[in-house]
Design a binder for this molecule. Structure first.
Ligand code: NAP
Length: 267
């Protein structure tokens, strides 16, 4: 059977449609802040495939809630990976472009050195390491700029602000690729099915996933507004202005180059 940690997040919600027979556990049913509750769920359900769609994803808040973010993003994923090792199960986990420093303008490859610039990125990197140190085959998908019809994400924020304000100022020096949670879910569900049926699967390890063109947040916002206008949504906004990261300070520093390239295409 396939077990998914995370039930109401963006990727987990997309997975629910594609994996109707899988078991999905919310943070109330298996709380990553209490690894024992996660182990109890694993021992009870004995899955062959474990998808970890749970994470602490509040990037700015993570700078303050460091221990909480670390436990959810690194310690407990390590515990899950160890359980998978001991029970011949395979883990699929998600990581982030934020494991990189953001320097330069070349897309980052799976083999490039990591060097996160914020605590969220640090916790996600430690999660990758904890899973790898468990010593068994696991899939780690690094993704960037996730959006979906559900939860909190950039397009939803832009549309809300475009209803409220005349002008939007959007950062134009951070580069990455938006990722529709449904694309990630499609690929994950195919892999999970193949693992469950012991079919042909790509080699385990770290993969960078990219489904859309590289762009800045400003360019992404322009497209969101254009699409909304085409769809006939009434918007107050009349001007979208590009700004630098320095003009738009945030609690957690953001990498400017978040382009994920790949040496091992899965798509
Ligand atoms: N969002 C992005 O832009 C982005 C970018 C790169 C990588 N990623 C990675 O992609 C993965 C999925 O992201 P997402 O955007 O789908 O996340 P999300 O929408 O923020 O959902 C996070 C999930 O984590 C669960 N969770 C939070 N605290 C928990 C706890 N204490 N115990 C158990 N579960 C807990 C939540 O469960 P409940 O709903 O039950 O509370 C929720 O299902 C994560 O690994 C994330 O790091 C995301």
């Amino acid at each position: 059977m396939i077990l998914v940690f995370g039930k109401n997040g963006q990727i987990a919600t997309a997975l629910r449609e594609l994996l109707p027979d899988a078991t999905f556990l919310s943070s109330q049913e298996a709380n990553f802040l209490n690894p024992q509750s996660v182990l109890e769920a694993l021992n009870k359900l004995k899955p062959q495939v474990v998808i970890n769609a749970s994470a602490y994803t509040a990037v700015d808040q993570a700078e303050q809630e460091q221990e909480t973010a670390l436990t959810i993003n690194a310690t407990t994923p390590g515990v899950i990976a160890k359980w998978c090792c001991e029970h011949d199960a395979t883990m699929i986990h998600y990581s982030t472009d934020y494991v990189f420093s953001g320097e330069g303008d070349r897309p980052w490859l799976e083999t490039d050195p990591t060097n996160p610039v914020n605590w969220y990125g640090e916790t996600k990197l430690r999660g990758e390491k904890a899973i790898q140190e468990a010593g068994c085959p696991a899939y780690i998908f690094r993704i960037s700029w996730v959006y979906s019809p559900w939860g909190q994400n950039f397009p939803k924020t832009i549309l809300r602000l475009a209803h409220e304000r005349d002008e939007l100022k959007i950062v134009n020096d951070q580069w990455g690729a938006p990722t529709d949670a449904r694309d990630v879910a499609r690929l994950t569900s195919q892999l999970a099915h193949n693992l469950e049926m012991k079919g042909e699967c790509p080699a385990p390890g770290i993969y960078h996933l990219r489904f859309e063109d590289f762009q800045t947040w400003y360019q992404f916002a322009q497209k969101i507004i254009t699409d909304a206008r085409t769809a006939g949504l009434p918007l107050k906004v009349t001007q979208i202005s590009p700004v630098t990261s320095e003009e738009f300070p945030t609690t957690a520093k953001r990498p400017k180059n978040s382009r994920l390239g790949t040496t091992r295409p899965l798509l």
